[in-house]
Structure formats: C-alpha cells, structure tokens
Design a protein around this ligand. Structure first.
Ligand code: PGA
Length: 260
C-alpha cells in the first residue's frame, strides 16, 4: 500500500515516560540505523522520540550530528518562561535543549499531578510561545466509556484544552483512551475511526476546514507492531503516540513500517 500522498503526513512519536538512563542512547542509535537501512520508512512518516528531560540534550545532539530527521520532544512543560517553580522546566528551556515539541496533558500528568484542561491549555499556549509544537492528549477513562460518554468527554477536552491559536503547524491532537494506556487493551479500529472522525468534525467547526484537515490526530494506547496497521491505517488517524513499544528500536520500527 503506497502512503506517499498521505496528508497530513503521519507522525509516529515515542513517549518514553520515566524510562531511560544515559546508556539508552543505544536505542536511539539503533532506531537511526534501522531507519537508515530502510529509507522508505522516513519517506512516508515523521518520527519523534520524547525521552525523559534528562536525555533531551544528548538525544538532540545525537540526532543533529547524524543529520537524522528524527525529532526530539519533551513530555511536559511549565506554562511560564522562567521563575520560582522548583523542579519545573519551561518550554523555552526545552527548546534550548533541542526539543521541537512537547507532549501536554498526558493522562499520567492529569492523574499523577492533578492537571486540568485549563492548565493543559496554558501549557500549550506556552509551547507555542517558545516555538514548540504541542501534542495535546485527550481521552476517556474506562468508566466514561462504559457510560457511553466517550464522544462527549473528548469534545469537552478539545474545547477546554486546545488553544484558539492551534493550527496544523503547531498542534497535534493525541487521542489516548486512558484504559488503553499500558494495558494491552485497545479500542476496535472502528471505534478509533469513529472517535477520530468526531474530533476532526469538532476541529472543523472551531478552526475551519483547511486548518482542521491539516491538524494531525494521532492515536495512543497499547500500539504494537502487530496491531499498528489495523489501528493506524484508518481514515482520520494520522499516526501514533507510542509508550512501551517505543523503548525498543525494533518494536518502534515495526510500528513505523505500517505506513511504508
Ligand atoms: P502505551 O502508552 O503505548 O504504553 O500504552 C501510550 C502513551 O501513554 O502515550
């Protein structure tokens, strides 16, 4: 299947979460050499790795010196540029370290740190200010899905968490059902398609058709090499946010090859 003309171009982003010591650069090197030996993979797909903050500098330097096109992203940011916020990192600092994007509002941030949509939106606006793309995560819990509230929840999150300045250039929407993250469970491809269609329609209503059609809507939650084709080659799915399976270059290459 030729995906050369896919528009917007798919993005496979690896979210390493709180995993990886300095030696993990070996996986980045393995990913680069895997991509180098199969140019069809990067011809069709944008690739990003979001390592923990401690590795951003080293990873950005490594991909820069190899002239690789792998982008390096971060997993969270503060909404201010600098100041008295012990332990936090501003988007300007992430940019300075070599990141080009930042994941915002991941469900683990929402549950571990009580982040609400209002804060997610402020962080996304801060990312734009620093020239970073914002990967804004939305998705329903298991209880919300059981109560048939999935579409309502994602539309509410979109309205509240996505800034008015969002465009295809600065924003990627990640639909991540909370119950599918790290569990091995996934929605059916038809369910993914239905939610992504609803997200696309909501974006069209708010931002107009051309802008909405340019905005990538990626799926996340237990994406693996063996389910990637089924989940990703579906209309309105423009890539994936991959957690566990992004830690091993071979698995991530298997997922990327869904588009080759
Ligand atoms: P998973 O995580 O692929 O391990 O389910 C996805 C995510 O949290 O982004």
């Amino acid at each position: 299947m030729s995906q050369q003309s896919l528009n917007p171009r798919p993005l496979i982003a690896g979210n390493w979460k709180m995993n990886g010591l300095q030696a993990a650069i070996g996986e980045l090197n393995a990913l680069e050499s895997g991509l180098g030996s199969n140019p069809a993979l990067m011809a069709t797909t944008d690739i990003m790795i979001c390592p923990p903050a401690t590795l951003i500098c080293a990873f950005a330097a490594a991909v820069g010196s190899n002239a690789s096109k792998i982008e390096i992203g971060a997993q969270d940011c503060h909404w201010q540029a600098s100041g008295a916020h012990t332990g936090d990192i501003s988007p300007e600092m992430l940019r300075d370290a070599g990141a080009t994007a930042v994941i915002i509002g991941h469900s683990e941030r929402r549950s571990d740190h009580g982040e609400l949509d209002r804060k997610v939106r402020a962080k996304a606006e801060a990312a734009y200010r620093a020239g970073l793309k914002a990967i804004i995560c939305i998705g329903e819990t298991a209880g919300e899905r059981r109560a048939n509230l999935t579409l309502e929840v994602v539309k509410r999150q979109l309205r509240a968490a996505v800034p008015d300045q969002a465009s295809g250039k600065n924003t990627i929407i990640a639909y991540e059902p909370v119950w599918a993250i790290g569990t091995g469970l996934t929605p059916s491809p038809a369910d993914v398609q239905a939610v992504h269609q609803e997200i696309r329609d909501a974006l069209k209503e708010r931002f107009g058709e051309p802008a909405a059609n340019n905005m990538r809507i990626i799926y996340g939650g237990s994406v693996k090499p063996d389910n990637a084709k089924d989940l990703l080659l579906t209309s309105n799915v423009n890539g994936a946010l991959v957690g566990g399976a992004s830690l091993k270059a071979a698995d991530l290459l298997g997922i990327i090859s869904a588009y080759a």
